[in-house]
Design a protein around this ligand. Structure first.
Ligand SMILES: C[S@@+](CC[C@H](N)C(=O)[O-])C[C@H]1O[C@@H](n2cnc3c(N)ncnc32)[C@H](O)[C@@H]1O
Length: 360
């Protein structure tokens, strides 16, 4: 068997060397061996689940909520989406996939209510996915960073807060470009700090990929929601978290899977640019490709729901989604759109819920 040193394992798993030693001494790394005063670890060993603070607690009945504010977050649509959950109603459906996870409003609702066999989430936004992984694997270290920021930031006056915010934003951007596995915990903590303190919780980057959202105006932002982070960490332990395109979920999804797709909105007009979540853009062609993917999964027998904006809000004759999802069932529901640069575009509008099955 080939071995690596604790230092190499620390770099591979993105945690400290001391933490590797603790995990080994707790017998949590199979076949780790002490040689002299050093641990050696099988090269193919997987990072153990970090259960430090989770050990004596029963999390089965705990409600979790998104730990980030996210553009297009579906918190307000849950009441409309929940009736589609097939888990209680269809025998065998015990897997869930959310390939455009964002802030995960539906994911956390499902994780709070059901104990499923397998859950898969993905997103193309690398920083978002790094943050999910760190919340799952290194929540204690993450909380240390966040409670420190909270203690430092909250007592400051507005000018001092701005200066502090910009320093943290620069540091985040530096780590985004020059960071490595060892700085992933700090980068995730900065992602959460910026999300809680920036304007509207927006995630927007410039052409160079640098995060450029200005500071928001919150009196008392909750930067470190200790309890929710720990509970989320626990619920994420068995979730497969993937950074990449939604199509990578294909092999996971089968006839026992409920899939919820919440792709970037098709903009209602030229000025609402909801699609600039990451360096990547999602245009009409991408919506058409997604519709084809949905019909492939439909053939596999998966239970599917897709949401999007209803173009009929601004143009009654726009049948874009009715055409590309002509084989599916389309329901129009009321929603309130939260993030829009135009105040007039906030308020009640219709959203689409597209599914390959009737509410059961
Ligand atoms: C509307 S948001 C999802 C919001 C989420 N439902 C919530 O409650 O917060 C769409 C997400 O899709 C991600 N995305 C964009 N293109 C993608 C792609 N090709 N594959 C996977 N994710 C993608 C964006 O980064 C963004 O987080």
């Amino acid at each position: 068997m080939e071995y690596m040193s604790a230092k190499e394992a620390a770099a591979k798993w993105g945690i400290s060397q001391r933490r590797v030693a603790v995990l080994c001494s707790e017998n949590r790394v199979e076949e780790a061996t002490m040689v002299g005063n050093m641990w050696i670890i099988p090269k193919n060993a997987e990072k153990p689940i970090d259960a430090r603070s989770l050990r004596y607690f029963d999390f089965s009945d705990i409600t979790v909520k998104p730990f980030l504010k996210w553009a297009g977050g579906k918190g307000q649509l849950i009441k409309e989406i929940e009736p589609y959950y097939p888990f209680d109603k269809l025998k065998g459906v015990n897997k869930y996939a959310e390939p455009f996870v964002g802030g995960g409003a539906v994911l956390f609702d499902i994780l709070s209510k059901y104990d499923l066999d397998e859950v898969y989430i993905s997103d193309i936004n690398e920083e978002l996915i790094n943050t999910y992984c760190i919340v799952r694997d290194d929540v204690e270290e993450l909380i240390k960073f966040l409670s420190n920021y909270q203690e430092e930031y909250l007592p400051l006056d507005i000018e001092q807060r701005k200066e502090y915010y910009l320093k943290k934003r620069d540091r985040f951007n530096d780590l985004k470009i020059n960071g490595n596995k060892l700085t992933n915990i700090e980068k995730a903590s900065l992602m959460i700090f910026l999300n809680k303190t920036c304007f509207n919780g927006l995630y927007r980057v410039n052409r160079k990929g640098l995060f450029n959202v200005p500071m928001g105006n919150y009196k008392n932002p909750c930067i470190c929601d200790f309890d929710n982070l720990k509970n989320v960490s626990n619920k994420l332990q068995k979730v497969k978290i993937v950074c990449g395109d939604y199509r990578e979920a294909k092999d996971f999804i089968d006839e026992n899977t409920f899939v919820y797709f919440d792709p970037p909105y098709r903009p209602l007009n030229d000025t609402s640019s909801f699609t600039a979540y990451t360096e990547n853009l999602f245009n009409d062609e991408s919506q058409i490709e997604l519709a084809k993917f949905v019909s492939e999964l439909d053939e596999k027998g998966a239970k599917i729901v897709v949401s999007n904006s209803d173009p009929k809000n601004t143009n009654e004759d726009d049948d874009f989604f009715d055409e590309i999802y002509s084989n599916q069932i389309i329901k129009r529901v009321d929603a309130t759109r939260m993030i829009n640069s135009k105040a007039s575009a906030r308020g009640k509008i219709k959203e689409l819920l597209i599914s390959n099955f009737e509410i059961l």
